[in-house]
Structure formats: structure tokens, C-alpha cells
Design a binder for this molecule. Sequence first.
Ligand SMILES: [Zn+2]
Length: 54
Amino acid sequence: MKNDDHIVLQDNKGKTDNFCEQCKKEDESVKQNLIMHGYKICKSCNLAKTIFPI
Ligand SMILES: [Zn+2]
């Protein structure tokens, strides 16, 4: 068995996509930031946004 693959958990009901609106990458932090801040962004973009507010 190889555990090298990055397997995304798919237990989530519904189809909530985890794609960041900024960098278009998929990250599970996107959903958390959407819930917490209302932004569909990943943690690295969220960090950049905090440091460099638009
Ligand atoms: Zn991002």
C-alpha cells in the first residue's frame, strides 16, 4: 500500500469545493476560511491578505 498520494477526505456531504478564489488551488483551509471569514481563500492567501489588505 502506498500512502504517498494526497487523498482528500470525501466524507463531506454535498459538494463544497475547496478551491481558493485567489490562487485557484485546492486546500481544505479554504472551507474553514469561508466559514470563519466569508472568503473562499486558502490559508496562504488569507495570510497574504492579512499582511497586504486590498
Ligand atoms: Zn490561495
